[in-house]
Design a protein around this ligand. Structure first.
Ligand code: FAD
Length: 482
């Protein structure tokens, strides 16, 4: 067992943790970041990379007038009908500081394109990172290195050291199983993400279809929430989160994934986006849509059927198409359809997937771009052979549809991208105990420190990760102004 001293320990090297580390180090702190994974990534690195902000330079360049007050109101519209109590103080902080967080990221070398529209936002606010969300990790880790922040991967924090009612450090386990402790003079920032990968925590708040659904990020096991609960913290709005979504199994790495997410590549892509005609840019966007995004409900409106691995039809809930798939034996299936449906999926408004307001991918884009998940056959028997289903079950699932050739897209799974239950925090990102008083020396940011904030719509989770992470880093160093 070793025991080392720093000023601040940050738990988790996703967007919020790295932002906290940078701000704490800029304020003069000796900062240690402990990351369970073998590299800097987190859900931040799995994300699409949309960040919604108001009053940005991108909006001004596009002639869009905007202000945080309007953003605050529109965010309320996204949340309407959720039936949960929102944290309006944190919402105010988010909308006030998202534009500054975006500028801060750009100063660190992250490039964005946009803004794109997404109703009910009254104006376009969604900015998208290029070349990919890996740029967050690359650029923030580079700044950490410049500032002397010590990032240790393969170390999982398992508990907090509390002395006389104050958090004094952490206990952690390395990949070799060795237990280590670190003492933190100023305290600990919990930035370990959500609990979409914890069956036990999901079972507390959600139904079986969410428990069984696969997480996108297998390391999002709610460790921060559990570690903090053990010292008296509480989770707010635990039952909020995105329902499982249908997604195709991951694509084998292609040229887009192999592009280095360095500042130069980002700048060139952002420039190309702004200056080149759409037909030049579209192949990049389509590659992204067909690898990163899942199938939309439009497929089922055109007559497609979701089947399990045997070929048995899986019911479709139009509001949540992935609802029943996680409850099938293999938790996996295919989307099958006939030629009549396929013909509809070749043009607007029947796209297969979309980044709303940015672009749409059609069936032919999948035929060209995702041969690993696109199947076509002249008979149902042949299609069943291609997807490993039983021909009679598949034929029964396709029912009255008689127009061959036959198509399948898949495998698909129901994935949970995120859960919204974070620790209760105050506006200085101090974790609150059962008595609503701060637990001394304990801070939380990002999903772990979501504090009951409701953040529907694309781009607000990343916004919160960077806004709250930066603030938590300043707060723990005693320099947060408001
Ligand atoms: C597929 C997908 C797409 C998304 N797209 C978008 C989008 O476009 N826009 C948007 O706003 N949001 C999006 N989100 C949500 C967004 O990515 C997250 O809400 C956000 O990145 C959370 O940041 P974070 O820093 O709180 O957590 P993370 O980025 O998950 O970082 C937490 C880190 O803590 C580490 N960790 C966990 N436990 C421990 C432990 N015990 N010890 C040490 N380290 C630990 C994890 O390994 C991880 O690296 C998406 C999410 C997914 C999965």
């Amino acid at each position: 067992m070793s025991d080392s001293r720093v000023d601040v320990v940050v738990v988790g090297a996703g967007g919020s943790g790295l932002a906290a580390a940078i701000e704490a180090a800029r304020a003069g702190g000796r900062v240690l970041v402990l990351e369970k994974g073998d590299r800097v990534r987190g859900s931040t690195g799995w994300s699409v990379g949309s960040l919604s902000a108001s009053g940005t330079s991108h909006q001004r360049r596009a002639g869009i007038g905007d202000q945080p007050g309007h953003h605050f109101e529109d965010l309320g519209r996204f949340n309407a009908g959720k039936g949960e109590v929102d944290n309006l103080e944190l919402r105010q902080i988010l909308v006030n500081e998202s534009a500054a967080a975006l500028t801060w990221l750009e100063q660190l070398g992250v490039s964005f394109v946009g803004p794109s529209p997404e109703p009910p936002h009254r104006v376009p606010r969604m900015h998208n990172v290029v070349p990919s969300s890996a740029a967050f990790g690359v650029c923030l880790a580079r700044e950490c290195a410049r500032l002397g922040v010590d990032i240790r991967c393969g170390v999982s924090v398992t508990g907090l050291i509390v002395e006389h009612g104050r958090v004094r450090g952490v206990e952690a386990q390395g990949a070799d199983g060795a237990v280590q402790t670190w003492r933190a003079e100023r305290g600990v920032v919990l930035a370990a993400g959500d609990f979409s990968a914890s069956r036990e925590m999901k079972a507390r708040y959600f139904g079986q279809e969410v428990v069984e659904a696969d997480p996108v990020n297998p390391l999002a096991t709610g460790d921060a929430q559990r570690i903090a609960e053990a010292v008296g913290a509480r989770i707010v709005n635990g039952r909020m989160g995105n329902p499982p979504k249908l997604r195709f199994v991951p694509a084998p790495p292609g040229w887009l994934q192999r592009l280095p997410a360095t500042p130069w590549v980002g700048r060139i892509m952002a420039l190309a986006w702004r200056t080149l005609p759409q037909w030049v840019v579209r192949p990049f966007v389509i590659r992204f849509l067909t690898t990163a995004l899942g199938p939309e409900a439009t497929l089922f409106r055109c007559g497609a059927v979701l089947v399990d691995t045997d070929g048995r039809a899986v019911p479709i809930d139009p509001r949540n198409t992935a609802r029943h798939l996680p409850l099938t034996p293999q938790r996996m299936g295919h989307i099958v359809f006939d030629a009549r449906c396929a013909a509809q999926l070749r043009s607007w408004p029947n796209f297969v997937s979309t980044a709303p307001g940015v672009a749409y991918a059609y069936l032919d884009d999948y035929r060209r771009g995702r041969p690993d998940i696109y199947r076509e056959a002249n008979t149902i028997e042949a299609l069943a052979g291609l997807i490993g289903a039983q021909p009679d079950l598949l034929a029964a699932s396709l029912g009255e549809r008689t127009h061959g050739p036959w198509f399948a897209l898949g495998p698909v799974r129901g994935y949970v991208t995120l859960t919204d239950g974070g620790l209760a925090v105050d506006t200085r990102h101090r974790v609150l105990g059962q008595d609503n008083l701060p637990i001394e020396g304990l801070y939380a940011a990002g999903s772990a420190g979501q504090g009951g904030l409701l953040i529907e719509g694309h781009g607000h989770h990343l916004g919160w990760a960077f806004v709250s992470g930066r603030r938590a880093g300043r707060s723990i160093m005693g320099i947060l102004e408001n």
